[in-house]
Ligand binder design. Structure first.
Ligand code: FMN
Length: 484
């Protein structure tokens, strides 16, 4: 138990046990690594959305029993609350979840440096030299038109900044080329890319460690933008209120969690490249195509006995690993708006349908002329959500930003498109953006939609026709069966 009273899982296996106890785990046998694992996950998630269970695949054809793949780890509010050490009851209400998370990490949150240890479950099996073979694991082809098998999707790529020594852990996809070589796609501007390019520009190989199936908090941290001042391992330790136990890699000296399922260690070549991609992306397209990426040579593999390969197959949204991204980005957006000194921002939500990026809603209690415009323009650019953003909608405080029906209602009744929309051009995007045609000019445009009642009409705007909270509570209490 952490100092804040929360309980955290030490590793993926403890997490799976807790998820199963709650009835949110489905064990699936005999699904094929070649395109079936991703499809099973996709079809189930589209049917059940945030009520979809976590999937643990076993008896995968061509592989021994017990060599498993896991998908959709944090795809329900309950599972995410479990990772974050929150009261499960909070997961019924996103606003309360967000408020609790922000208070929890902001209030008294401190970095806790990791503890280096000599041993751990990940060292149960160590493969060196000729033994190194990534295809010992049931590495999936996640989507029908992917360019190959991806061992790294729900993973962390660990690098060290050659100038400062800062260790970074980022989730970047890793495609297997053959048993001991692979390639990773790391977008422009990401920390791992900056580290990698510093080595390669100096003509040196970049040491790298790829961690798979870590404790849930470390994996969550890897997929989330952390400032330079907050290294991911220290953030994970801080959240859990205890140091993460790390082991130093034999050939790179890079640290990896002692309770990981699988760890691969090697070097990113300064001279050799290989074709990487295409891969089905988070927005539901194969927009990035295939391109040359530096070759990674793996010289060590460490793994637990009966390892679990964690996977995150992006699909047309909503999909099984978006909920956590929507949640964390919404929290970061609220922090940024508060940090910019803007008062009375009441809520925010990055919607799954927008891949957690392209459709963002913020609610505000308007206090002055221009307040809602200010919220929308700042929200359109902050680092945590500005990348490949497209639609930013600002709503009044009586509109629930997480409820798409409420949001569309506000857009349809409170926004005059002619006078209350602002178009911004040459904003931060990526070659993954479906509307970027010249991949050397990855800009996009975006629209801020002010769906708030005009400030000058706040008092005179038509009254909303909806049962008052008191009347609604009364009828709920009178007919409990009806509303169960
Ligand atoms: C499941 C998942 C897969 C991701 N795949 C990639 C990827 O292939 N390449 C990439 O650049 N970013 C990818 N991201 C986004 C980065 O992990 C994210 O931007 C993270 O903040 C990067 O870490 P950094 O800020 O340390 O660079 C992925 C995120 C998740 C959660």
């Amino acid at each position: 138990m952490a100092g804040n009273g929360a309980t955290f899982q030490n590793d993926l296996r403890e997490f799976i046990t807790a998820v199963e106890r709650r009835g949110e785990l489905a064990r699936v046998k005999n699904a094929h690594w070649d395109r079936e694992l991703g499809a099973v996950t996709e079809v189930l998630y589209r049917q059940k959305v945030e009520k979809s269970p976590m999937l643990l695949f076993d008896d995968i054809p061509d592989y021994p029993q017990g060599w498993r793949c896991a998908y959709g780890m944090f795809g329900s509010p309950y599972r995410l609350s479990l990772v974050l050490g929150m009261e499960p009851a909070l997961s019924d209400n996103r606003k309360e979840m967000l408020d609790h998370f922000r208070k929890h990490i902001r209030k008294g949150f401190k970095r806790i440096p990791p503890k280096m240890v000599k041993d751990g479950p990940v060292l149960e099996n160590v493969l060196r030299g000729e033994q190194v073979d990534m295809l010992k694991f049931p590495v999936p082809i996640h989507h029908e038109d992917d360019g190959g098998r991806y061992i790294g999707t729900a993973c962390g790529v660990v690098t060290r900044d050659p100038d400062t020594g800062r260790i970074n852990v980022g989730t970047y996809r890793v495609q297997v080329v053959n048993g001991n070589t692979c390639a990773s796609y790391i977008s422009n501007g990401k920390q791992g890319r900056i580290h990698r390019d510093k080595y390669l520009k100096a003509g040196k190989p970049c040491p790298v460690v790829i961690i798979i199936g870590t404790d849930p908090v470390t994996y969550l941290a890897a997929g989330f933008t952390m400032p330079d001042s907050m290294p991911e391992y220290e953030w994970a330790g801080g959240l859990m209120d205890r140091p993460l136990e790390l082991i130093e890699g034999e050939t790179t000296g890079l640290p990896f969690p002692a309770r990981s399922e699988i760890v691969m260690e090697g070097e990113i070549s300064a001279t050799e490249t290989t074709l990487e991609g295409p891969f089905g992306e988070w927005h539901g397209y194969y927009a990035g195509d295939a391109q040359q990426e530096p070759l990674i040579r793996i010289n060590r593999i460490y793994h637990r006995t009966h390892p679990i390969l964690t996977c995150a197959a992006s699909q047309k949204p909503p999909h099984s690993h978006l909920f956590e991204r929507c949640f964390l980005r919404s929290a970061a957006l609220l922090d940024a708006l508060e940090g910019a000194g803007i008062p009375d921002v009441k809520g925010a939500w990055l919607h799954q349908a927008g891949g957690g990026r392209t459709f963002c809603v913020v609610s505000v209690k308007q206090r002055y002329f221009g307040h809602s415009t200010q919220v929308g323009l700042v929200a359109s650019q902050v680092a945590s959500v500005g990348y490949i953003s497209r639609w930013i909608v600002v709503v009044d405080e009586d509109v629930d930003p997480t409820d798409i029906h409420d949001v569309i209602w506000a857009m349809g009744t409170r926004c005059d498109p002619k006078s209350r929309t602002t178009l911004l051009d040459h904003c931060w995007s990526s070659r993954l953006d479906t509307l970027v045609t010249d991949k050397t000019l990855p800009y996009n445009s975006r629209m801020v939609i002010d769906a708030c009642r005009p400030y000058e009409r706040l008092e005179t705007f038509p009254k909303v026709c909806q049962s008052s909270p008191e009347l609604a509570a009364r009828v709920r209490a009178k007919y409990p069966e009806l509303y169960r």
